[in-house]
Design a protein around this ligand. Structure first.
Ligand SMILES: NC(=O)c1ccc[n+]([C@@H]2O[C@H](COP(=O)([O-])OP(=O)(O)OC[C@H]3O[C@@H](n4cnc5c(N)ncnc54)[C@H](OP(=O)(O)O)[C@@H]3O)[C@@H](O)[C@H]2O)c1
Length: 301
C-alpha cells in the first residue's frame, strides 16, 4: 500500500488521479486540505510533528510513502525561513525516521530549483547551488532524507498539470488567460523541462515498483522557455493568435531570486526504467487534453 502525503496539493492530487487510473491501493495524508480524489483511506497529520508522523506510519504500515508535502510557495518561504524549514526539512526528516523505524520505503519529491540555473541541462552529478530559501530548504530536505534513510528514493523534478484550483499553476493560468483573451507575458529566458504531473506520477510508480533507491532527475527529454510554453499551450488549445508577449525575468522586480535555466537531464531514470521521457510538447498536449476532459466531467458529472 502507498501512503501519499501532501495529497490535497497540486502534485498530490495528480498522483491520486494517476493512482486511481491504475487502481492502486492508496491512503491519502493531508494536513489542513481536502482531497478531490477518493482513496482507500484518508488521514490528517501535521508532518512537522515527529510523534504524529511516527504514530501515522506505525498505524498504517505502508510499503511506500510518497512525500508530496512541502511549502512550495517561494515568496512565503523567503518571508518565513523557519516555516519553510519546518515544512520542507523537518517534515521530510520525520517521515524518513519513521520509515526507517517501521521498515517502509520512502520516495521524496525535490525540485529542479536546487540548481542556480546559470547553465541548464543538469544531471544528478552536477553540484546544486540554490539561490533562494525554498530551494535551500529543498536541498536540505534531500540531505535529511538520505541521511536518515539511505535506501530512500529522492526525485528532483518539475511539472505542469491540471491544478486543484482552476487558474492556479502556470499552465492553467496560461490556459485560462488565453481563453478569456487576456494578454499575458511569458519569460523567454526562464527555461525548464516539465513533465505532465500525471506522467510524473506514473514514472514514480514505475520507480517504486522497481524498488529504486538513490537520487534521480525526472523531467522532459528536452526543455522550453516559459514564453514558448505559453505559445505551445495556446496553439494546442486552438488560439494561435493569443496575445502572448515575450518578457525577461529581469523585467519583473521580485524579492526572491529565481534561477533562469533549471532544465534537467533524466538519463539515469531513463536507463533504470528502460523508457524515454516525453518532450515538453507532449506534456503540453497531455495537459490540454486532460484539462478539457476534466472540465467536461465536471459539467456532466
Ligand atoms: N509546483 C511546482 O511547480 C513544483 C516544481 C518542482 C518541484 N515541486 C515539488 O513538488 C512537491 C509538491 O508541490 P506542490 O506544487 O504540489 O505543492 P502544494 O500544491 O503547495 O502542495 C503541498 C501540500 O503540502 C502539504 N503540507 C504543507 N505543510 C504540511 C505539513 N506541515 N504537514 C502535512 N502536510 C503539509 C499541504 O497540505 P494541506 O493542503 O493538507 O495543508 C499541501 O497540500 C514539493 O516537494 C515541491 O517542492 C513543485
Amino acid at each position: 500500500m502507498l501512503l501519499v502525503t501532501g495529497a490535497a496539493g497540486f502534485l498530490g492530487t495528480n498522483v491520486l488521479r494517476a493512482a486511481a487510473a491504475q487502481e492502486r491501493d492508496v491512503v491519502a495524508a493531508t494536513n489542513k486540505g481536502h482531497t478531490l480524489i477518493a482513496t482507500a483511506g484518508l488521514v490528517h497529520a501535521d508532518l512537522t510533528d515527529k510523534a504524529v508522523v511516527r504514530e501515522m506510519i506505525g498505524a498504517i504500515r505502508p510499503e511506500w510513502v510518497l512525500n508530496c508535502a512541502a511549502l512550495a510557495n517561494l515568496d512565503e518561504c523567503e518571508k518565513d525561513p523557519a516555516k519553510a524549514r519546518a515544512a520542507n526539512v523537518t517534515a521530510a526528516g520525520n517521515l524518513a525516521a519513521a520509515c526507517a523505524e517501521f521498515g517502509a520505503r520512502l520516495a521524496h519529491i525535490s525540485t529542479d530549483s536546487v540548481f542556480d540555473g546559470n547553465r541548464g541541462m543538469y544531471s544528478e552529478d552536477d553540484v546544486p547551488s540554490p539561490v533562494n530559501v525554498y530551494a535551500m530548504t529543498k536541498l536540505e530536505s534531500e540531505r535529511a532524507v538520505r541521511e536518515l534513510l539511505p535506501k530512500s528514493l529522492v526525485v528532483r523534478t518539475n511539472f505542469i498539470g491540471v491544478p486543484v484550483t482552476p487558474g492556479a499553476g502556470l499552465a492553467d493560468w496560461i490556459a485560462s488567460s488565453v481563453e478569456s483573451g487576456k494578454p499575458i507575458k511569458g519569460f523567454d529566458d526562464v527555461i525548464f523541462s516539465p513533465l505532465l504531473a500525471t506522467t510524473l506520477a506514473e514514472r514514480l510508480f514505475d520507480m517504486m515498483d522497481a524498488r529504486l533507491t538513490g537520487l534521480y532527475h525526472l523531467g522532459a527529454s528536452d526543455s522550453m522557455s516559459k514564453y514558448h510554453l505559453a505559445v505551445a499551450i495556446a496553439g494546442e488549445m486552438g488560439y494561435p493568435d493569443a496575445k502572448i508577449e515575450r518578457a525577461s525575468l529581469s523585467d519583473v522586480p521580485s524579492a526572491v531570486r529565481r534561477p533562469l535555466n533549471t532544465s534537467l537531464v533524466s538519463k539515469r531514470a531513463e536507463a533504470a526504467l528502460k523508457t524515454k521521457m516525453p518532450t515538453v510538447l507532449e506534456a503540453v498536449k497531455g495537459f490540454v487534453a486532460q484539462r478539457q476532459e476534466l472540465s467536461q466531467s465536471t459539467v456532466t458529472g
